[in-house]
Design a protein around this ligand. Structure first.
Ligand SMILES: CSC[C@H]1O[C@H](OP(=O)(O)O)[C@H](O)[C@@H]1O
Length: 365
């Protein structure tokens, strides 16, 4: 077991000599265990089983999966088809985060330019590393943009509430919503950050609290049901979340519970900010109604880390994302810029190059 996480820097994924090391987030915060992925199937299982999760991190892992595919296939005449079949397997791992399909399309385009397996092996590895690095850099840019926007009207430190985990564990590093929170903290304007526990998978309790506590940020863990009372108190100025897919009109798919949080925030006059890189934008879908929402096994609702908390026979409803309409979002921050009061024209201004539908969004049937 190799520890790659230092107190100041957390990684979800580490690529080393043809091996993708994946921090198994299912075991956090109790244990830091690294899975050694040397074939595509282990990456597919890691994404599907949520050893790695978080929209950008899923895309990055899938990109490395394609690089592993090139290393895995043999020098047969149909090597290109074999890689394409592995890409298809990766595309089936989880349906909602468009970052997965965006990354796979970028790897497909890199593969198309390779005329030998030897070249494909080095080109695809370099492309996956680039996707990883670009995401980490985008998060730094978004952190600055979000911080500057929040400080526009700030007379002093303020509190933020966040949902799920959008930190280094969900991205190429630093985080999206958590990147914005880290940037406000570094500027001396963060009084407290409330982290929703985020039932049923507990990304907030197990991951966000872990990330922020190890860096000394003033994180307070709360039950999802306490968010209304917290927002009513007036201390929180912003609800900041990530995204798994943003459509052409600014609708946002994100962790289940985000929609309700946005309604609460609007009711209490609290700003709603979505922070997400352009790899999360899917201009091929006109509204959030077309976003495929992942339904996971009801056992995730009826148990916690293997301990049953509900009668075995009860039916469970477990959609793990919901869609927040653009009208409930005050601002979307991307590395390309900021969209205030998001709508079709605001999104097109920044993402017109994708408006042609070139983004491979797997729309629901
Ligand atoms: C940086 S965006 C992370 C995004 O992904 C999470 O979902 P999951 O943990 O199921 O992959 C959640 O929607 C976060 O907002």
């Amino acid at each position: 077991m190799t520890h790659k996480n230092s107190p100041e820097k957390v990684h979800a994924l580490v690529w080393e000599d043809g091996c993708l090391r994946m921090l198994d987030q299912r075991l956090l915060p109790a244990e830091e265990v690294w899975l050694e992925c040397t074939d595509v199937e282990s990456v597919v299982e890691g994404i599907r089983g949520m050893a790695v999760r978080g929209a950008p991190a899923i895309g990055i892992a899938a990109a490395y999966g394609v690089a592993l595919a090139a290393l895995e296939v043999s020098h047969d005449p149909d090597w290109r088809d074999q890689i394409a079949a592995h890409v298809e397997r990766l595309a089936q791992s989880r349906p909602t985060a468009v970052n997965l399909f965006w990354a796979l399309e970028r790897m497909r385009q890199s593969l198309a330019g390779c005329n030998s397996l030897g070249i494909a092996r080095s080109v695809l590895t370099a492309e996956a590393v680039a996707i990883h690095q670009e995401d980490a850099e985008a998060n730094q840019v978004m952190g600055r943009l979000a911080r500057d926007l929040m400080l526009e009207n700030a007379s002093g430190p303020f509190a933020i509430l966040t949902h799920c985990n959008t930190g280094a564990l969900a991205t190429g590093g630093y985080g999206t919503a958590l990147g914005a929170i880290r940037s406000v903290w570094d500027a001396g304007f963060l009084s407290r950050v409330y982290a929703d526990e985020t039932r049923p998978w507990l990304q907030g309790a197990r991951l966000t609290a872990w990330e922020l506590l190890r860096e000394g940020l003033p994180v307070v863990l709360n039950c999802d049901g306490a968010a209304a009372q917290i927002l009513r108190g007036g201390e929180v100025k912003w609800v900041i979340v990530g995204a798994d897919r943003i459509t052409a009109n600014g609708d946002v798919a994100n962790k289940i519970g985000t929609y309700g949080l946005a309604i609460l925030a609007r009711h209490h006059g609290v700003g709603v900010m979505v922070v997400a890189p352009s790899s999360t934008v899917d201009m091929s879908l006109p509204t959030g109604a077309s976003i495929p929402i992942e339904q996971r096994d009801g056992c995730e609702v009826k148990s916690i880390q293997g301990k049953t908390i509900a009668p075995a026979g009860v039916e469970a409803f477990n959609p793990v994302f919901d869609v927040t309409p653009a009208g409930l979002i005050d601002v979307i921050v991307t590395e390309r810029g900021v969209v205030r009061r998001p709508d079709m024209s605001g999104m097109a201004r920044l993402f017109n190059d994708q408006a042609s539908g070139s983004v491979p969004g797997q729309a629901s049937q």
